[in-house]
Design a protein around this ligand. Structure first.
Ligand code: AMP
Ligand code: MG
Length: 439
């Protein structure tokens, strides 16, 4: 007995019934035949150009500085005062007049200044004051000598060497002037930017609303991750990796689940996805008889800019605009989905977030094991990059192809083999696409 017509035998009645149903629903969706194969650089530029054209002003949200990591700033942040606000000592030691600290010189210590102490009085000539890191240097003093270079007996301090004017002092206003713009609209907020905002008292930040990215997987074989798959079914791992990648890229994932390889259901779920800022699909974009994503999108008015990219894994990736929204159809093989997301979806999310598209995190490394790949397509091979001192070495990992998530979970980068290269020898310099979430 065939469960839901899923038998492989050509004459099986249950299967024929199921096929007839699919056919009735799908006649107007015969595979959309085009071939717009681009290099991955061209494909990426195309996404950036087209999404760049469409992006409008983002809605603005108020975000606490504690929660704003990864948001894109939508306002100017200015300093509330000079930074540092006073001449700041960068050492524990003695503040003095620099011309009074030659080798063997002795000065009377007249007190101590802790970080946070109010400092109003000037230092009198012939004296010094003990000072702590972060404390204000009094007027009259123009240098701090670190404690390690002094000897103290009672209130007398002896100095071992000469002092330079301004040594161990960061001058008032030298980091930023009062009212100076220190963060601008379009900047992405990382930990340093958030600390800078906090430093000037900006605890509520006006940020661009994160773009909502609909995620829709496709495939008759795919079940939810918390369901028990049948013997020939698989869990929807792509929905999880895509949601994580969307978050890392600065978007808000809207997970729509899975659509069967059937035009009507696919159409309905795509329609739902097009309500968000962009739609990312996985699966259903290859040459198979039940790969219906492109034809369904076409029937919904999509304009495609490419439907193949000269890469492996990830060749069938599709990009178009449908009802004014960017749509990226990624191949369903998990490693293909992950690679094509990094190449084509991440820059779209940057632009939809109100920022510029970030460059790919490519670095050069020394090849540690020779490679022999079929030329014609650029390869993105799961690999490990390791640093020996400052020298980076990279080695591709043995893998079972683009369904092999287990190998990718051991990798920390993709080794990029250019389309025209076949053999690459040990010691040659190669490009490596870092996995930003791990390295
Ligand atoms: P497709 O791109 O639809 O031809 O699918 C290619 C391969 O990826 C097939 O082996 C699928 O079973 C697998 N696949 C498709 N969608 C998913 C998914 N959401 N999660 C994990 N694997 C998937
Ligand atoms: Mg499929």
């Amino acid at each position: 007995m065939c469960p839901q017509g899923r038998c492989w035998r050509a004459g099986c009645k249950e299967k024929l019934n199921a096929e007839q149903r699919t056919k009735n629903e799908s006649t107007e969706y015969s595979r959309y035949e085009t071939s717009m194969m681009l290099t991955y650089e061209q494909a990426r530029d195309t996404v950036i150009e087209q999404v760049g054209k469409k992006r409008g002003p983002r809605a603005i949200v108020n975000v606490s500085v504690w929660d704003a990591l990864g948001f894109v700033l939508a306002q100017e942040i200015k300093t509330d005062r000079e930074y540092p606000p006073f001449d700041r000592s960068t050492r524990d030691g003695y503040a003095l007049r620099s011309n009074e600290a030659g080798p063997g010189a002795q000065l009377k210590c007249v007190g101590e200044i802790k970080a946070g102490d109010t400092v109003r009085e000037s230092l009198v000539a012939g004296t010094c004051v003990q000072i702590m890191t972060g404390a204000a240097v009094p007027a009259g003093a123009d240098a701090v000598v670190m404690i390690e270079q002094t000897q103290r007996e009672g209130d007398r301090v002896r100095f071992e060497r000469a002092a330079r004017a301004r040594q161990n002092i960061v001058s008032r206003g030298s980091e930023a002037a009062a009212g100076q713009t220190i963060l601008s609209p379009g900047m992405r907020l990382g930990y340093a930017e958030l600390a800078l905002a906090a430093q000037v008292g900006a605890v509520q930040l006006q940020c661009a609303q994160r773009p909502r990215i609909a995620i829709l997987s496709t495939g008759d074989e795919v079940v939810l991750v918390d369901e028990n798959p049948g013997a020939f079914q698989i869990r929807n791992s792509n929905s999880v990796s895509l949601a994580a990648q969307v978050r890392i890229a600065g978007g808000e994932p809207v997970v729509l689940g899975n659509a069967a390889d059937q035009a009507e259901e696919l159409g309905e779920k795509i329609e739902r996805g097009l309500k968000e800022d962009a739609l990312v699909l996985s699966g259903g974009v290859s040459m198979g008889k039940y790969d219906l994503v492109e034809s369904v999108l076409k029937a919904m008015g999509a304009e495609f800019f490419f439907d193949a990219v000269a890469i492996r894994p990830g060749k069938p990736a599709v990009f178009g605009m449908c009802q004014g929204k960017p749509v990226l159809g990624l191949p369903g093989n998990p490693v293909s989905t992950m690679v094509t997301f990094e190449l084509f979806v991440a820059p779209a999310i940057d632009l939809l977030s109100g920022a510029e598209a970030r460059k790919l995190p490519l670095v050069e490394a020394r090849l540690a094991a020779a490679l022999n790949e079929k030329p014609g397509l650029a390869h993105f091979l799961p690999a490990r990059i390791e640093w020996r001192g400052t020298i980076a070495e990279v080695k591709a990992l043995p893998w079972q192809g683009s369904g092999d998530i287990a190998t990718l979970a051991k990798a920390n980068c993709f080794l990029v083999v250019p389309a025209e290269r076949e053999k690459i020898e040990v010691g040659e310099s190669v490009s490596v696409l870092l996995r930003k979430d791990i390295v």
